[in-house]
Every structure is written in C-alpha cells, then in structure tokens.
Design a protein around this ligand. Sequence first.
Ligand code: COA
Length: 260
Amino acid sequence: MEYKNTLIDVKDHIAILTLNRPDKLNALNHDTLIELRSAFEELKSNAEVNVVIITGSGEKAFVAGADISELNKLDMLQGKKFAEFGQKIFSLIEDFEKPVIAAVNGFALGGGCELALSCHIRLASDNAKFGQPEVTLGIIPGYGGTQRLTRLINSGRAMEMILTGDIIDANEAHNIGLVNKVYPQAELMTKAWDLAARISGKGQQAIRMAIKAVNVVDEVSSQQGQNVEASLFALCCGTDDFKEGTSAFLEKRKPSFKNK
Ligand code: COA
C-alpha cells in the first residue's frame, strides 16, 4: 500500500512506524487509521521485523487524537461504526504478536492516548502530555480508552482523567503508571531503540508466547490464565530457541537465536 501519513523504517529487525501528519499534530483521520491497519498487516508478515516502535512526527505531538473535523459530522449510527472501526485497529495492535513500543514524543490526547494504551510498553519524552479530553467535545473515549486506561492505572485515577478531560504531564503519567519511563526528548528514540534491541536479542518465539500469556490476563480467571500459561510454556519447550537458550547457558556462552 502507498502510505500518505505513515512512515515505516526497518533496520536491524526493528521497525519504526511514524505517524506523519504534523500539520494536524498527527491526528488520526480515517485514511490514517486505514494506513495504520495496513502497516501492522505488513509488519506482521515481514519476517525481518522483531519489534515495532510507534511514534509521531515532529517534536510537538505523538497523536493529538481522532480527527475532530471527521468526528463533528457523526450521527449515532455512524458514531457506533466509528468507535468499532478504531477499536478493531487498536485491538490488532494490543494483540500484535510482536512487541509494540509507544515512544510518546508530545501530545497523546484522546485517540492518541488510546493508541499508546494499546501498545505493549510506553516510553515518553519529558514534554509529552497525556489526556482523554473527549468530554470537552461532548463524547467519551471510543477507541478502548475507558477500558484500557482503567485496567492499566486504577479506576479512581482513570475516572478523574476521563471525567475532567485534564491533561497531565509526562512525570505525572509516570507516577500513575501510565508510562514506564520518561526521557529528555532528544534521547527518547535512542532509548526506545535500546529497549527494542534488548527485546529483539531474545528468542522471538518465547517473546510471542509471553505477549499472548500476559494479554490473556484481562479475559479469564487466574486459574484459566495459568492454564494458558502452562500451554504456552509447553509450546516454548518445543522450539529451537528453547534448545539454544538453555544449551547456551549450560555451555557458558551467549545464545545465538535464529531470528537475530
Ligand atoms: N483533530 C483535528 N485537527 C487537530 C487535532 C485533532 N484532534 N488536534 C490538532 N489539530 C489541528 C488544529 O486544528 C490545527 O490545524 P490548523 O492549523 O489547520 O488550524 C493544527 O492541528 C495545530 O493545532 P493547534 O490547536 O493550532 O496547536 P496548539 O499548540 O495551539 O494546541 C492542542 C495543541 C493539542 C492542545 C490542541 O490542538 C488540541 O486541543 N487538540 C485537540 C485535542 C483533542 O481534543 N483530542 C481528542 C480528540 S477525540
């Protein structure tokens, strides 16, 4: 697919996906969402890619939300379709078999915050700002934000963000567990790359099983989750990565996984 608002750069098994609509602070219009979906389909089938980093172009915004000029025209039926369309794409990211790291380099508002929430790990620059300001527009988060934010932080903090629409800075986002780490803006992409490279250096079959196991936590009881964990653990034991990883330890050498 020919991309207009999305850049994909693959090097050393790491893909950087940049949302590139800087004149609109990378707001997610319909075309950009379709590109995002295609980009993930492409990255899924690209055997060269182990880890994906998502960021926004420019120094001001990660993603400033869904495109309000498109929102403004919705009636109730269209509103349902609009939310479900975005939800499906963000679920695709959450369930993506390869790790997805959000490098939040500025405003992550509304759909932008929800996009970061659908990623597996969130890092932020010190100028990043997070918020679910939908109530200011007379709507609520519609791309999974009410669910993922509440699960990730806690219901009191999530309620406060969603009911006030307040925008919080990167340090507060870190304090409430919304992001893992905060870095000076100039270092964000290097740090995201270092993290991606550390993950990419492990056995990718195990990495994919781990994502599946962790993601099941919100769907099932603890016992069912442990049953899934045991099954995925068993699958790991049948992989080349397992043989290589354990043999390397016993032979006192570094593992050399096939997919590196
Ligand atoms: N949808 C559509 N366009 C958006 C947008 C969005 N979510 N966020 C920003 N833009 C556009 C602005 O309309 C402006 O376009 P223009 O130059 O053609 O007028 C451009 O991006 C720059 O934004 P601007 O508002 O001028 O920048 P700012 O520095 O003054 O303010 C924000 C930055 C992020 C505080 C402000 O843009 C904002 O509040 N955006 C909306 C955030 C939001 O409510 N998101 C949730 C949507 S569900």
